[in-house]
Structures are given as structure tokens and as C-alpha cells.
Write a new protein. Structure first.
Length: 118
């Protein structure tokens, strides 16, 4: 499954359904990605549509911050803004993030993308 695509209406990012729900509710305001070439082109002010199956949520990027590792990102970013109530602790959130992104992808750099619904 492709993670990022350009469409006539803007860029789309695939996400998991529980996280799409949190984005839709306004709870998840920081999306975590690794620094692949396509993701590195995301910038503040850009519109992104998050997609899970047939559901989607439009957002606007407020900021993009880069970190050397997931741990460094969690030192600076609010855990609740990333995982909402789905993760009850920093350790649990880190385990979930690492289950999504293998170690070789973390070496690409970690991006925290702050978003707001539009």
C-alpha cells in the first residue's frame, strides 16, 4: 500500500482507522512519519487528506518538526496529541510506533507533522 499520493485535490496519506477517527475528532493533532523522500516535501500550510479505506479527513499542516529518533520526538511532542486515548503510556506509544515503522525506516529521520482539521 502506498503511503503518500498526489491527487487533483491535494495530497493523501494513508493511516489506520483508529487514528483517522482521532484525527476526525480533533484529538490526534500530530502525525508521525519517517523521513522518506515524499514525506519530506510536506510543509506548513499544505493541505493533507488522511485516508483509511473509504473514509477520509481533510487537514492543514501547521508545522513539521524533524527528530533523530522516535525517543527524541517523544521527548518534545505531547503523547496524547499523537496517540490520543489509544496509548496509555509513553512506552506503549513507542511500541505502537515501532510496530508501524521498522528500525531501518527510523534511520531516515522522524517527522512530527502538526495538523488541524479544515
Amino acid at each position: 500500500m502506498q503511503d503518500l499520493s498526489d491527487t487533483p485535490s491535494g495530497r493523501e496519506l494513508n493511516t489506520r482507522k483508529p487514528y483517522l477517527r482521532l484525527i476526525s475528532e480533533g484529538t490526534k493533532t500530530v502525525d508521525v512519519r519517517v523521513g522518506s523522500p515524499g514525506v519530506r516535501t510536506i510543509a506548513a500550510g499544505q493541505d493533507l487528506t488522511f485516508v483509511a479505506g473509504t473514509q477520509s479527513v481533510r487537514t492543514r499542516v501547521k508545522r513539521v518538526s524533524e527528530y533523530a529518533s522516535f525517543e527524541a520526538m517523544l521527548d518534545r511532542e505531547e503523547s496524547h496529541a499523537i496517540g490520543g486515548s489509544l496509548c496509555s503510556s509513553r512506552g506503549q506509544l513507542l511500541a505502537v510506533i515501532r510496530s508501524i515503522f521498522p528500525a531501518d525506516q527510523e534511520r531516515l529521520g522522524v517527522l512530527a507533522i502538526e495538523i488541524e482539521r479544515i
